[in-house]
Ligand binder design. Sequence first.
Ligand SMILES: Cc1cc2nc3c(=O)[nH]c(=O)nc-3n(C[C@H](O)[C@H](O)[C@H](O)COP(=O)(O)O)c2cc1C
Length: 208
Amino acid sequence: MSPEPQRAYVLVSGSTRKDSQSAKVTRHVAAQIAVADPGATVDVVDLSVDQPEMWHEGFWNDGPPPCPVWARLSPLFARSDALVLVAPEWNGIVPPAVTNLFLLASRGELAHKPALLVGVSATQGGSYPVASLRASSQKNTQICYIPDQIIVRDARNVLNGPEPQSEPDEVLRERIAYSAQVLREYAAAFRHIRASGVVDLSTWPYGM
Ligand SMILES: Cc1cc2nc3c(=O)[nH]c(=O)nc-3n(C[C@H](O)[C@H](O)[C@H](O)COP(=O)(O)O)c2cc1C
């Protein structure tokens, strides 16, 4: 039997702020995925650097995407086996760039792929981004959020450097390492779903 091809992960840092806590958290999760799934390819899309245009009707054309950044990112997502979405809580919602991503990913790039949600807060928030993405962002993208989720609270004081600085920091690191392993297993299992021949995005591109 030929060996299973290596898995591909794409992590999105959803903050458009430079040097954001979300970017720091994303780097840490990426490193843990590399540990959990040696040999996997792990790509990070930082929305403070990779800034696709806001959606407009030009994206409905059948040809190549009208935006060069999205023309580069779309195939990266399309090749992926699993996703991590790191979303900061901004005024209780996700940043517009995160919402925009779900408008742009309209060609099945995320469909039937497992995804780990990570909410980030400088204080004790961070649950709203996770809850709001779970509410409806799967409708047309058909992304599949796994039950595990991470909420990074007091973000400035955790995940700094190689060693934990406090007990909450230590517990958070353990949870992230655990969730990376869970995501790996979902990534392996969901390949079978996509390869089953049952998924029919041309007939059923939109959810209810
Ligand atoms: C426009 C804006 C609104 C914010 N609103 C909230 C909020 O509703 N709840 C919260 O816990 N933190 C809020 N924060 C603080 C973020 O939690 C903090 O910036 C944290 O570092 C995550 O964002 P970052 O990834 O951009 O750094 C807000 C930050 C910004 C820039």
